[in-house]
Design a binder for this molecule. Structure first.
Ligand SMILES: C[S@@+](CC[C@H](N)C(=O)[O-])C[C@H]1O[C@@H](n2cnc3c(N)ncnc32)[C@H](O)[C@@H]1O
Length: 250
């Protein structure tokens, strides 16, 4: 199945992800990596149903554009905008082929790189993300954790996700993900080895690539206890990175 079109079958179900334990931690880790968004412009590539897109606007961004190639995901995002207008625009674009849409202070790509299965397209998407950044702007991505300990995968279901690695396609491992929502849903993606994101950023002049430690909100830590969260904190299924587009003269 083509990578993005599998999300046409998921649509609204994806909204439940943010309430599952891995989603709660992913959200908190993304927030920890964001600059102050007040009065900034944000492009959200692979915005899906728009949960982060709405958060960016609520955090004070003055202009937010969400793009995604999956019709059904965008339909859910647009329906939320109709119900509660926040002034967010949504457009259908694929990160591999998208044009320059503007000079954004922040470009977010929360998971779309995990749906790219060949290096040329991966580098193309990173180049397009960079191209849409204003000088001094920040790229934020969420990707499958390239350093995840494969011996800990059996512990992931308690966080709301089962991850089953398949075979290698070139450099990357094709992986089946089952999300334990009600009802559950599945999608496949690709895990890229450590260092690929950094190399791809360097090739298009992005600097200061930084990985953020996985965090869990204090209330959730207290509610479920440190033992529950231990594996996620040590060997999470996701990794949050940022990179900078240098300002002129830097
Ligand atoms: C796991 S969902 C995450 C959605 C959203 N970023 C979030 O975290 O709530 C991955 C999204 O990436 C989108 N996607 C897949 N391939 C893509 C591509 N080539 N370019 C842009 N988005 C893509 C899918 O349609 C889907 O909406």
């Amino acid at each position: 199945m083509p990578e993005a079109s599998q999300y046409d079958e998921i649509g609204e179900l994806y909204e439940q992800v943010k309430d599952l334990p891995f989603g709660v931690s992913e959200w908190a880790t993304v927030v920890s990596a964001l600059p102050d968004l007040r009065d900034r412009t944000v492009l959200d590539v692979g915005c899906g149903t728009g949960a982060y897109t709405r958060m960016f606007r609520r955090a004070g961004a003055r202009q937010v554009l969400g793009v995604d190639p999956a019709r059904e995901m965008l339909a859910v995002a647009r329906a939320a905008e109709e119900r509660e207008p926040l002034g967010i625009s949504y457009e259908p674009h694929d990160g591999i082929t998208m044009p320059k849409l503007g000079d954004f202070d922040v470009v977010a790509a929360i998971w779309p790189l995990s749906h790219v299965g060949d290096r040329k397209s991966y580098d193309r998407m990173v180049a397009n993300l960079a191209e849409n950044l204003a000088p001094g702007g920040r790229l934020l991505v969420v990707v499958p954790n390239p350093d995840a300990d494969s011996d800990r995968l059996d512990d992931y279901p308690r966080y709301g996700m089962t991850v089953t690695p398949g075979g290698y396609t070139g450099e990357c491992v094709e992986t089946l993900v089952r999300v334990h929502s009600e009802p559950p849903f599945e999608f496949s993606g690709f895990g890229w080895p450590s260092g690929v994101f950094e190399e791809s950023c360097a090739a298009v002049g992005l600097t200061e690539v930084r990985r953020y430690p996985t965090v869990v909100p204090e209330t959730d830590l207290a509610e479920r206890g440190a033992e529950f969260w231990a594996v996620l904190l040590e060997s999470s299924m996701f990794a949050v990175f940022t990179a900078q587009r240098p300002s002129p003269g830097e």
